[in-house]
Design a binder for this molecule. Structure first.
Ligand code: B3K
Ligand code: ZN
Length: 880
C-alpha cells in the first residue's frame, strides 16, 4: 500500500455539481446508475487534464460522456480508477455498474445487514458503489432513486426529502429522495428494508416543524424512546449552546445490527449500530443509556460540525471529530453531572489515548501521512482532538469561544475546510494569536509537565516552576514547547482558596486562574501569599498532559477533602491510590508480603461516610485506577504484579470497609426495589454506588452477600442491576451460583443479540484462570458469529483489552489466539481486523519474554497471506 501525505494535497481538477443516482436492488446483484453533472474546477486553471474517477470492486457495464457511449479504448480501467479524457469544460458522465452488497462482509459501501440493505461510505466507501470523485472537498447535490421488491423492502430511504414514489407491476416499487444541501459522497446513505418506525416532531427555534423518525426492525420498536428523547434534547441544546438549527424537514435514524463503529452522520439519514440506539431498562444498562444519548447527540451535532462545514481532506478529520466530541461532551455534561462526565472522559483518555500516543501508531491530531485512512479514526483524532478544542475554550473563555464558533460556522457554511480555518476563526473572533498553540495539531505524543514550588516565607511569595517535555514519537524526534493551559488555585491550611496575584500585577484577580505555560521551562511568582499553600493544579484536567508534582500522601488526602474543584478531589484520590498500588506492586515484585497503606482505607472510609457527596462521585472515588491505566503508567508493565496488587488492595478495602459498604449497598438496593427504573443522573448515581459496593462486598465471600447478589440478579427490573449481579457471580468462586446465573441469563435473553453481547463480555472479562479456554468455548456458542462486529468486540475485544491477567498469560497462547482471529478477520472485514490488533501493537510495554511472543505473532500476521491495507499498516508500523 501507498502512503498518502498531507503536503501533497491538491484541490480537485474537476467538480461535480449534481449527482443523480438510481439503485436497482436485487438479491443477487445491485445495478447502480450514476449521472454526474461535472465541470472543470476554475481554481485549477484552464486546460483539460484527464478525469480520474475512483472506483473499487465495480463491474462497469457502460459509460457515456455527454451523449457518447464510450468504448474500451476511450478510457483506462484498473482496480482503483477509471480515467477518461473530457473534451469540454462542462460535461455529463453516465455510468452503470453492477455491485454485490449481498456478499460484502467488509461492511463498507453498500451491504446487507440481516435482511436489509444499508450503506457506510465514510471515509472511502462510496467508491465501492459507483465511479466518483470520492473525496470530501468535492461537494454535490444528490438525488437518489431506489427500487426494490416491495414485499421484502417496503421502506426505501436516502438523504434529504422524499420527492416521489411509485409501484411497478412486477412486485417492485421505488422512491426518489432529493437532498438540497451540497455534500461530499462520504455523507451519502441508502437504506431498504422491512422497517418500522417511531415518530415524533421537533419545532426549531425559528418555528419550523421537523419530522423525527427512528427506523428499526419490528421487535425493537419498544427500545427507541430513549434515543428519541435524547435526539430532541440534543436538537434543543445545539440551538441554545451553539445557535445551530436543524435544516431539513425530516431527520431519520436507522438501527442496523452489523456496523463497524457506533454510528454515521449521513445527511438527514443517520445510520446507527443498533447498540447505539436501542435502550430500555430491561435490556440496556445505565452506561448503555448514556452511550445512546451521547452518540445520538454526536451524530446530530455533525449536521453542522461535519456536514454543513466539512473537511477539505481526511488529514483534517479532527476538524469535525474532535470538535463534535467536544460538543457532545458539553451536552452530556449538561444533561447529567459535569464532574462525573469529566472524570469518565479523563480516565478514558489517560488510559487509552495516552497509550496510543506512546505506541508505534502515535500520530498527531492532524496526521501528516497515512496508508489507510480507516486506521485514523483514533482516540487521538477524536478524544485528544476534543481536548485541543477544550483548551482553546479554556484559553478564550466561554464567550470568546462561542464568538469563534459562530464565526467559523458563518464563514465556512457549505465549504470543505481545514483545522487551520477553525483556529483562524477562533483567532479572528477574539483578536488573539494561536500560532504556537497550533503545535497541538502537528506534534504527537503526550507532554510531561513537571511542576515544582518554592515558598519564600520572608517575601510571602510562591514560585511555581513548570518544565515541559514531550517524548519522541514516530517521525518526530524533537518537539517544540506546547501552550499548556494550567487552571490552578492555591489552598491555605484550612483548604480555602487564596487570592491570586502574580508579581507585577496591580491587584489580585480571583482565586483560580489559567496560566498559559508556553516555554520549555518557566516560572510564575504569586505574591501576598501569607502561608505555605498547597497548589491545586490542572483543575478539570485543563490540558492533556502527564502532570507531576511531589505531593505527599497526606497532602493528597487533604486535597481529596478540601479541593473546591470536584475533578481534582477525585484526581487526588486517584493519585493516592496510584502511589499505594505502586508500592504494593514493588512489594510483590520483590517477593515481600504486600502491606496496604491504611491511609487509603481512611480516605475511602471518609468518602463512604460522607452523606453530602453526590453518590456518583462516591462511586468514582471508590473505583481504583484500572489495570490498563496502571500498565500505561508503568515503565515496564508487570501484568501479574499489577493484577495481584490491585486485587489485594480491593480485598483489603472490602474487609476494612465492609460495614459502610454494606449499609450503602442495602440502602441503595432498597431504593431500587421501591422505584421503577428511570434514566436520570440521580438514579444512575445510586445504582453505580450500589453496584461498586456489591463488587467489593462479594470479595468477602460471605453467604449474606452471595444471597444479596442472587436476590439482585433475580429481582432486578433493569439490566444495570441484573448485569452487575451477574458479573460479581461470574467473578466469584461460587461455581454453582455462577453457572446458574449464566444459564438463566442466556435462556432469558437468547433472542436479543445486544443483551447476549453483554453476556459474552462479562465472561470474556473474567480474570479467573482459564480465560482463553472460556473464550474459545464461547466462540462456538450459537449466539456468536465472527461476521458481526459487535460480537467480535464483545468477546474477542473484551478479552484482549480488558482481561489483562488472561490475555498476557506467559505462554503466549492468548497472543496466538488473537493473531488467529486477526488473520481470519483480515479476509472478512479489514477495518475490524485492524482494530482488534491494537493490544498486540503495545508489545514494547512488557517484559522481554512477552515482547518476543507478541512480536512473533505480529510477524506471523505479516506473512500470513494477502493483507488488507488496514492490517498491513498497523502491523508494519508496530514492527518498525
Ligand atoms: N463519522 C463516523 C465515523 C466513520 C468511520 C469510518 N471508518 C462516526 C462519527 O464519528 O460520528
Ligand atoms: Zn463523529
Amino acid at each position: 500500500p501507498r502512503t498518502i501525505y498531507l503536503k501533497d494535497y491538491q484541490a480537485p481538477d474537476y467538480l461535480i455539481d449534481e449527482t443523480h443516482l438510481t439503485f436497482e436492488l436485487h438479491e443477487d446483484r445491485t445495478l447502480v446508475h450514476a449521472q454526474l453533472v461535472m465541470r472543470r474546477n476554475p481554481a485549477r486553471g484552464s486546460g483539460l487534464p484527464p478525469l480520474v474517477l475512483d472506483g473499487q470492486q465495480l463491474e462497469l457495464l457502460s459509460i457515456r460522456l455527454n451523449d457518447r457511449e464510450l468504448g474500451a479504448h476511450d478510457y483506462l480501467l484498473d482496480d482503483r480508477h477509471l480515467t477518461l479524457q473530457p473534451d469540454s469544460a462542462e460535461f455529463v458522465i453516465d455510468s452503470s455498474v453492477c455491485i454485490h452488497p449481498e456478499s460484502n462482509t467488509a461492511l463498507e459501501g453498500l451491504y446487507k445487514s440481516g435482511k436489509m440493505f444499508c450503506t457506510q461510505c465514510e471515509a472511502e466507501g462510496f467508491r465501492k458503489i459507483t465511479y466518483y470523485l470520492d473525496r470530501p472537498d468535492v461537494m454535490s447535490k444528490f438525488t437518489t432513486t431506489v427500487s426494490a421488491d416491495r414485499q421484502r423492502y417496503p421502506v426505501l430511504l436516502s438523504n434529504g426529502n422524499p420527492i416521489t414514489s411509485g409501484s411497478e407491476d412486477n412486485g417492485r416499487h421505488w422512491a426518489t429522495w432529493e437532498d438540497p444541501f451540497r455534500k461530499p459522497a462520504y455523507l451519502f446513505a441508502l437504506v431498504a428494508g422491512d422497517l418500522w418506525c417511531v415518530e415524533d416532531q421537533f419545532t426549531t427555534m425559528s418555528q419550523r416543524e421537523v419530522a423525527l423518525r427512528i427506523y428499526v426492525e419490528p421487535e425493537n420498536l419498544d427500545k427507541c424512546q430513549h434515543a428519541m428523547d435524547s435526539l430532541k434534547r440534543a436538537m434543543r441544546w445545539d440551538e441554545e449552546a451553539y445557535g445551530r438549527e436543524y435544516d431539513l424537514d425530516i431527520f431519520m435514524i436507522v438501527a442496523v445490527n452489523d456496523f463497524n463503529m457506533g454510528a454515521m452522520e449521513n445527511k438527514g439519514l443517520n445510520i446507527f449500530n443498533s447498540s447505539a440506539v436501542l435502550a430500555k431498562a430491561e435490556t440496556a444498562t445505565d452506561a448503555a443509556h448514556q452511550r445512546v444519548e451521547a452518540i445520538v447527540a454526536h451524530e446530530y451535532f455533525h449536521n453542522w460540525s461535519g456536514n454543513r462545514v466539512t473537511c477539505r481532506d481526511w488529514f483534517q478529520l479532527s476538524l469535525k471529530e474532535g470538535f463534535t466530541v467536544f460538543r457532545d461532551a458539553g451536552f452530556s455534561a449538561d444533561m447529567n453531572s459535569p464532574t462525573v462526565k469529566r472524570i469518565e472522559d479523563v480516565a478514558y483518555l489517560r488510559t487509552h489515548q495516552f497509550a496510543e500516543d506512546a505506541g508505534p501508531m502515535a500520530h498527531s491530531v492532524r496526521p501528516d501521512a497515512y496508508m489507510e485512512i480507516s486506521n485514523f479514526y483514533t482516540l487521538t483524532v477524536y478524544e485528544k482532538g476534543a481536548e485541543v478544542v477544550r483548551m482553546i475554550q479554556t484559553l478564550l473563555g466561554a464567550e470568546g469561544f462561542r464568538k469563534g464558533s459562530d464565526l467559523y460556522f458563518q464563514r465556512h457554511d457549505g465549504q470543505a475546510v481545514t483545522c487551520d480555518d477553525f483556529v483562524k476563526a477562533m483567532e479572528d473572533a477574539n483578536g488573539v494569536d494561536l500560532a504556537q498553540f497550533k503545535r497541538w495539531y502537528s506534534q504527537a505524543g503526550t507532554p510531561r509537565l513537571e511542576v515544582g514550588s518554592a515558598y519564600d516565607a520572608e517575601a510571602k511569595t510562591l514560585t511555581l516552576t513548570f518544565r515541559q517535555l514531550c517524548p519522541p514519537s514516530p517521525g518526530q524526534a524533537h518537539k517544540e514547547p506546547f501552550v499548556i493551559p494550567v487552571d490552578l488555585a492555591l489552598l491555605d491550611g484550612q483548604g480555602r482558596e487564596l487570592p491570586l496575584r502574580l508579581a507585577g500585577e496591580a491587584a489580585a484577580s480571583g482565586t483560580s486562574r489559567v496560566l498559559a505555560v508556553n516555554e520549555a521551562e518557566q516560572s510564575f511568582t504569586f505574591v501576598d501569599i501569607p502561608e505555605q499553600p498547597l497548589p491545586s493544579l490542572l483543575r478539570g484536567f485543563s490540558a492533556p498532559v502527564k502532570l507531576s508534582f511531589p505531593y505527599s500522601r497526606d497532602q493528597l488526602m487533604f486535597l481529596m477533602q478540601h479541593d473546591s474543584d470536584g475533578f481534582n478531589r477525585w484526581e487526588a484520590g486517584q493519585q493516592l491510590a496510584v502511589q499505594v498500588l505502586q508500592e504494593l506492586i514493588g512489594q510483590r515484585q520483590r517477593g515481600e508480603p504486600m502491606v496496604l497503606d491504611r491511609r487509603l482505607v481512611a480516605a475511602l472510609k471518609s468518602v463512604l461516610e460522607n452523606d453530602g457527596l453526590d453518590q456518583a462521585m462516591v462511586a468514582e472515588m471508590l473505583s481504583l485506577p484500572g489495570e490498563a491505566y496502571l500498565i500505561e503508567i508503568s515503565e515496564v508493565a508487570d501484568v501479574d504484579a499489577i493484577h495481584a496488587a490491585r486485587e489485594f488492595a480491593r480485598r483489603e478495602l472490602a474487609e476494612a470497609l465492609f460495614e459502610p459498604l454494606w449499609q450503602r449497598y442495602q440502602a441503595n438496593r432498597q431504593a431500587s426495589r421501591q422505584s421503577a427504573y428511570v434514566a436520570t443522573a440521580e438514579h444512575f448515581a445510586r445504582r453505580s454506588l450500589q453496584n461498586i459496593a456489591l463488587s467489593y462486598l462479594m470479595l468477602s465471600e460471605k453467604p449474606e452477600v452471595l444471597e444479596a447478589a442472587q436476590e439482585q440478579y433475580r429481582e432486578a427490573d433493569n439490566m444495570t442491576e441484573r448485569l452487575a449481579a451477574l458479573a460479581v457471580l461470574v467473578n466469584s468462586p461460587f461455581e454453582e451460583a455462577k453457572a446458574e446465573g449464566l444459564a438463566l441469563f442466556a435462556d432469558r435473553f437468547k433472542d436479543d443479540p445486544l443483551v447476549m453481547d453483554q453476556w459474552f463480555s462479562v465472561q470474556a472479562g473474567c480474570p479467573l484462570p482459564g480465560g482463553l479456554e472460556r473464550v474459545r468455548a464461547l466462540m462456538q456458542h450459537p449466539a456468536f458469529t465472527i461476521k458481526n462486529p459487535n460480537k467480535v468486540r464483545a468477546l474477542i475485544g473484551a478479552f484482549a483489552n480488558q482481561n489483562h491477567a488472561n490475555f498476557h498469560r506467559d505462554d503466549g497462547e492468548s497472543y496466538r489466539f488473537l493473531a488467529d482471529q486477526v488473520i481470519m478477520l483480515n479476509a472478512l472485514n479489514p477495518q475490524i481486523a485492524a482494530r482488534q490488533l491494537a493490544p498486540l501493537t503495545r508489545w514494547r510495554k512488557y517484559d522481554l519474554s512477552r515482547q518476543a511472543l507478541m512480536k512473533a505473532e505480529l510477524e506471523r500476521i505479516l506473512v500470513s497471506g494477502s493483507l488488507s491495507s488496514d492490517v498491513y499498516e498497523v502491523v508494519s508500523k508496530s514492527l518498525a
